[in-house]
Design a protein around this ligand. Structure first.
Ligand code: SF4
Length: 281
């Protein structure tokens, strides 16, 4: 089968940095705690766990030692709890997420209520909320009811949303008649490049595969976008999850992957797909 791979896909700089920092920290410590999974990929999590990276959901589970802050960042409450327990911090928060935290704080200081467009359950958004005194998360147009049109509104966006979605939500906000709006583009260029190359590729192929964790926001966004332009799009974690019957009658396949998908998962998938002759089930 002919297989084309998206120009930009796989690990982003923020994820690469977090994994490198974890490995470096584990080199001279027996155990390091990660507040939440370091990335949305179980193989990488398991591999680092065998080197001593223990994933915990709360600071309460840590008595002493070193805690790694993943690329999504941590909430203000979590950071305060870490300081109170005098734990050592290794901060792998992505620089773009840090920028977002600072922007949100400075908008509040300048008298703007912050409207953050994004998913309130995503750890990155939760971390930003914890860093801001006056913020509302806008997950859909219905959430705009939480805002008063007299307010000075500062608008930011979760890093991995699409420019189209950001624009659509901005248009809805403008229609509400707020007295003053200040919009800061906080989208991640790495995520946008992955979205653009996925869309370009999915339009040229018979079937499109998006590889990555089912809970990974940026991978889900890639799959959502590709489905818009190619209804033969499948979001899978790896080759083992592929139901081979979907390949029947297809000549060219496209492959892309989220920012937390390791290169080896992508190359294994691509090589198996290239070698696929149609007899496997
Ligand atoms: S997707 Fe962008 S914002 Fe998120 S960790 Fe990667 S580089 Fe940072």
């Amino acid at each position: 089968m002919k297989v084309l791979v998206a120009e930009k896909c796989g690990f982003c700089l923020g994820v690469k940095n977090a994994i490198n920092m974890a490995k470096k920290t584990l080199a001279d410590r027996d155990v390091v705690y990660s507040l939440g999974s370091i990335i949305h990929n179980q193989d990488v999590v398991n591999e680092l766990a065998s080197d001593g990276l223990e994933t915990v959901e709360s600071v309460d589970q840590i008595e002493s030692g070193t805690v790694l802050i993943r690329s999504h960042g941590a909430t203000k409450d979590q950071l305060e709890a870490i300081k109170e327990k005098e734990l050592e911090i290794v901060d792998a928060t992505c620089v773009l997420v840090k920028r977002l935290q600072k922007i949100s704080q400075s908008l509040n200081q300048d008298g703007y209520k912050v409207a953050m467009i994004g998913d309130e359950n995503h750890p990155e958004v939760q971390a930003i909320v914890g860093f801001s005194d006056d913020i509302v998360v806008i997950g859909s147009s219905d959430d705009l009811e939480k805002l008063s049109s007299h307010e000075k509104l500062g608008i930011i966006c979760q890093t991995t949303q699409t420019p189209e979605y950001f624009g659509e939500m901005l248009a809805n906000i403008v229609k509400k008649g707020f007295s003053e709006l200040k919009v800061i583009n906080t989208l991640c260029k790495e995520a946008i490049k992955r979205q653009e190359s996925a869309v370009k590729l999915c339009r040229q192929v018979d079937i499109m595969f998006v590889l990555g964790g089912l809970h990974s926001a940026n991978t889900r966004k890639l799959a959502e976008l590709c489905k818009k332009y190619n209804n033969q799009t499948f979001h899978l974690q790896n080759w083992d999850e592929l139901d081979k019957t979907v390949l029947s009658g297809k000549g060219i396949a496209g492959v892309t992957a989220g920012a937390s998908t390791p290169d080896r998962v992508i190359s294994e998938f691509v090589e198996n797909l290239k070698a696929y002759k149609g007899s496997e089930k």
